[in-house]
Design a protein around this ligand. Sequence first.
Ligand code: MG
Length: 389
Amino acid sequence: MTDVVKTINVFALTQKRETPYLGDLREGEHPNKQGYLVRKGNRTVYPIFDRSILVRIETSGGVVGWGETYGIVAPGAVAAIINDLLAGFTIGRDPSDPSAIYDDLYDLMRVRGYTGGFYVDALAAIDIALWDIAGRQADRSIADLLGGAKSDTIKAYLSGLPGPTLKARGEIASFWQDKGFDSFKFATPVADNGPARELEHLRAVLGPDARIAADMHWNQSAQQAIDLIAAMEPHGLWFAEAPVRTEDIAGLEQVCRCIETPIAVGEEWRTPFHMQHRIDRCQIAIAQPEMGHKGITNFLRIGALAAEHNLQIIPHATIGGGIFLAASLVVSSTLDNVSCHEFQHSIFEPNRALIEGNMECENGFYTPPAGPGLGVVPSKKALGLLQPL
Ligand code: MG
């Protein structure tokens, strides 16, 4: 008898943070009663805690798979989409071909324009769980299902310097350089003395050989971005990320045309369509897929599109409990054009206890998990923190 999807359960996984994401709060930044605050530097909302959404799928044969997506705000939105709509069209399906299920679920709301946002986040969580099941049913890792890992490790870059002053941020970077990292990224919205001064200081601290990138958080017009990048370039800029507002494809085209520094974008894309619209027009150098938004199915499709257009892939890593990061590393290990992977120490280190499995990041290299499916499961600690949605 075919082993089919029997149940789907959705949970919030919430953890306290010691230091707020992006570092200490600046003047005028206060959490509201939901625990959400707006960063003045990019006008974007962040929770004061870490939260993601976990999806547990079990088959009629008792195989369990886990998926995960964003839950930083409005976790009930994704839960409602899954519980009210997607579960009913996933239960009873054969999970051995997750991409076919993904496409069927995507089609359900396509005509109404639900081609991104929370809807596609919900799909990503289900997709990761179905791939986990497909691997466990075959008693093979997802990497093996995809033709095998190309290497045992993936180079990591240190992202996020959550210090209150330029000096403190330099000390964090230096601490991680001593631990074996040679590649770094800072966030311009919390570069209080300006991006050029931030990079100048980090360059002085880290030396001429360190690679240093700037995440510009979609916060500029094209001309503002060009000016800021030009001011940073004399200090050696590895890549400039998200230079213009996400909808501003013409602006992105202009930035790519006018500057030499490689441009990196893509964490917020959900589907290959979002990528296609941009690479048709813009000379992007690096695509930064985020597994938590894309799921394995679309991460692979974006990887293939990047290869076709000779783009490097440097995947994004964000607030999560380790499940979508594991998926990102396992799939990245199978792709030829992944040159590096983001490592957010302020998430990975405290949240490492939320998974069981051998996923590590040491000496500037990740070791992707091994074993059937994703190679990781939520730990006892994580299971104790789950709240059903
Ligand atoms: Mg970013």
